[in-house]
Design a binder for this molecule. Structure first.
Ligand SMILES: Cc1cc2nc3c(=O)[nH]c(=O)nc-3n(C[C@H](O)[C@H](O)[C@H](O)COP(=O)(O)O)c2cc1C
Length: 389
């Protein structure tokens, strides 16, 4: 771990600044930069600004950086031509430089490995063939603002397609380890390929990859088993999950703790070390009758570590991730909710707090909060999306 200047910690924020260890990964605090794909990668090659962009967050004392979604080596993994690849000499050279710079600044970093499945059919349908469990997808609003068709069809995956994607995730995880990353995250949330297998509306299969919610985890389980086989027992594996889909924010995988347990158990058994639970507001209880959010339940039910995101460090008037203008609307910096976040961490509800827009707005968010320089925090503004600042 790199050196860290010692300053008095603001008492009520202590929980954020406790170290944390999972397998071979030791973090200086509980603050994580959420994955944010920003499409600064023409033909999959990360722009030269990426390493310094991540390094600034490590210098700002972010404990763990999760890269934005990065495409595994499969022909339909990427959603558009401007998201970075996690394969090929040029993209990997960029990623290697990024992780080296983060380490030099005392930070830790993991890549978010990703296959978009049929999600590419949203907005601007790509020219290449799209894959999904059953070929069914619900594109939602189109690029021109029109409603678009309710349902479109890509290619239902054959066993050979499934095997190829599993192998590609395994290869990407092994590559992450070889490049010096501190673990890996598998993107199984937000309606992308793995989540398309989880969701009953997009997984209509009658073979062993379909069925009830537990059965629908089989694809993810086989990916996890292959990743674990390739990286060994000590390399931490994070898995991002969500109830919602980016094309349907009301969607849910589990309506009860029992259903959630049936979903999480096979994933935990197959190798997940940390469930990264994607929420739009971290305070949202997952089920009636308990204050626990999805991360709280994931930790309680699986016995694994958990983290959550959603509005941390953002003002009450800021729009939720996924609302039409979330990327365009300024999100004011606010620490009003940090007391409840710290209570949740103190109680051990979950282990890590993940921030997207707040850390895009201010790379030094952790350092400023730790030093009580909260009045200096900068807000998230849309222009930050235009460059890797
Ligand atoms: C610009 C931007 C890009 C994002 N890209 C990804 C991504 O690549 N993978 C992912 O899992 N989530 C992605 N997200 C979602 C964030 O990780 C996070 O879950 C969401 O923004 C809520 O956190 P926040 O309220 O702190 O912004 C993105 C969010 C933003 C704002």
């Amino acid at each position: 771990m790199g050196s860290q200047e010692t300053r008095p910690v603001v008492a009520s924020r202590d929980a954020l600044f406790q170290p944390f260890t999972v397998k071979s990964l030791s973090l200086r605090n509980r603050i994580v930069m959420s994955p944010m794909g920003q499409a600064h990668a023409v033909n999959g090659i990360p722009e030269p600004g990426y390493p310094a962009y991540f390094r600034r967050r490590a210098e700002g004392e972010v404990g763990l950086i999760v890269s934005g979604a990065t495409a595994i080596a499969h022909p339909s993994a990427h959603m558009d031509l401007n998201e970075p690849h996690f394969h090929g000499d040029e993209p990997l050279a960029g990623w290697k430089q990024a992780v080296d710079e983060v380490h030099a600044a005392g930070g830790r970093m993991i890549p978010q490995l990703w296959h978009s499945g049929l999600h590419g059919l949203a907005y601007v349908p790509p020219t290449w063939e799209m894959h999904g469990p059953s070929g069914v997808w619900f594109p939602g609003p189109q690029a021109d603002g029109s409603a678009g068709p309710n349902e479109v069809r890509g290619k239902p995956m054959s066993q050979a397609d499934i095997d190829a994607v599993i192998a590609a995730f395994g290869e990407a995880a092994e590559t992450a380890q070889r490049l010096g990353f501190d673990g890996t995250e598998i993107h199984a949330a937000h309606g992308f390929l793995i989540d398309q297998f989880f969701w009953e509306k997009t997984n209509l299969r009658s073979d062993g990859y379909g069925g009830d919610l537990r059965d629908r985890t089989r694809f993810a389980v086989e990916i996890l088993q292959e990743v674990r086989r390739r990286v060994g027992p000590d390399f931490p594996i994070f898995m991002r999950i969500s109830q919602f889909k980016m094309m349907d924010y009301t969607a849910r995988l589990a309506d009860t703790p029992q259903q959630l347990a049936a979903f999480l158990e096979p994933l935990a058994d197959a190798g997940v070390d940390v469930f990264d639970c994607s929420l739009r507001r971290f305070q949202q209880p997952a089920f009636d009758g308990s204050h626990l959010n999805l991360a709280g339940w994931a930790k309680k039910l699986s016995g694994k570590a958990a983290m959550c995101c959603g509005g941390i460090g953002l003002g009450a008037g800021s729009v939720d991730f996924g609302d039409a203008d979330a990327y365009k609307a300024t999100a004011t910096a606010s620490l009003t909710d940090l007391d409840s976040l710290c209570e949740m961490l103190d109680r051990g509800d979950f282990d890590l707090a993940s921030l997207a827009r707040a850390i895009l707005g201010d790379a030094a968010w952790p350092a400023k909060v730790r030093a009580g320089r909260e009045h200096e925090l900068k807000p998230f503004t849309a222009d930050l999306m235009l460059s890797l600042s």
